[in-house]
Design a protein around this ligand. Structure first.
Ligand code: NAP
Length: 272
């Protein structure tokens, strides 16, 4: 599996997403993912599973220091007066003294960006986050954030074979960051696509593996598929070592890339 060095910290290119995993499903899912060989786990305050993710880490034989763990601060907690305490609460639930990556989950224009980022930096300076970054920031907003904090690690955004992120790739490559692709399987829609299925069938692998290999074949790309099924977790991990041929990649590049699935009413103007 590829690892990217981002500001001195190693990030495994394939991680395990935990949105919508709850209770034993989250705990057992994380423990199982680690037993398979995943070393990167993605959660968030709003997923309401940090305690179960922490329990999965605790139950695993894998040492905390060998796992790259991300959580995200929800919008109601980004005010400087609340951010630090909310991260302390996340750490308590996760059963750890630090996360490897701490993200602002969504842009929030009710609080000055600089104030949010200063608070985030404070958490890093206190040793409670090794890296900091953002999520759901369009390119212009990411550039604004980088003016204030030049060493952000990632922008975690929706990205899959049906939605391109070329402007963000330009920035993350220029700045030594990574682009973290969420919903990398388009929440299952990749399974239905004829082009993907043909490539998968010809290789004797699953369509999800082809969709993940398309993302992971791009420089500075990280993907965090979610799977509640053990078989899916195993199959997705194998995709980390699957390289596409040029003609396969070209066929996937040619798919229409404007299908956005995660677009709540508080989302930013994506063209900003
Ligand atoms: P996703 O990973 O694109 O798709 C998950 C769906 O694909 C599930 O229905 C899963 O089924 C299915 N699946 C997984 N592996 C499969 C395989 N090998 N074969 C067939 N089906 C497979 O969607 P997502 O959960 O939206 O995104 C992944 C992660 O990104 C989240 O868990 C979260 O950590 C992160 N995320 C972040 C944000 C953000 O705002 N920053 C937003 C959305 C998501 P089963 O569950 O039945 O196995």
């Amino acid at each position: 599996m590829t690892h990217y060095d981002v500001h001195g910290v190693s990030i495994p290119a394939l991680g395990f997403g935990t949105w919508q995993l709850r209770g034993d499903g989250a705990r057992d899912g994380v423990e199982h993912a680690l037993s398979l060989g995943y070393r990167h786990i993605d959660t968030a305050q709003v997923y309401k599973n940090e305690a179960e993710v922490g329990a999965g880490l605790e139950a695993s034989d894998v040492a905390r220091g060998d796992v790259f763990l991300t959580t995200k601060v929800w919008g109601t907690n980004v005010a400087p007066s609340k951010l630090t305490a909310s991260v302390d609460e996340s750490l308590r639930k996760l059963g750890t003294d630090y996360v490897d990556l701490l993200l602002l989950h969504w842009p929030n224009d009710e609080i000055e960006l600089e104030a949010q980022l200063v608070a985030l930096e404070g958490v890093r300076e206190a040793g409670k986050a090794r890296l900091i970054g953002v999520s759901n920031y369009p390119a212009g907003m990411l550039r604004d954030a980088l003016e204030l904090v030049p060493d952000l690690a990632t922008d975690q955004v929706e990205h899959h074979v049906f939605l391109e992120q070329d402007r963000l790739y330009d920035i993350v490559r220029e700045r030594g960051m990574v682009l973290t692709a969420y919903s990398p399987l388009a929440q299952g829609a990749v399974l239905e696509d004829e082009t993907i299925r043909e490539i998968a069938d010809a290789r004797g692998v699953g369509p999800a593996q082809i969709a993940l290999a398309w993302i992971l074949g791009q420089d500075r790309a990280v993907a965090i598929p979610k799977a509640s099924s053990a078989a899916h977790r195993e199959s997705n991990l194998r995709a980390a070592d699957l390289a596409l041929e040029d003609d396969e990649r070209a066929a996937l590049d040619a798919l229409t890339k404007n299908r956005r699935l995660v677009d709540p009413d508080f989302a930013p103007d994506w063209s900003a």
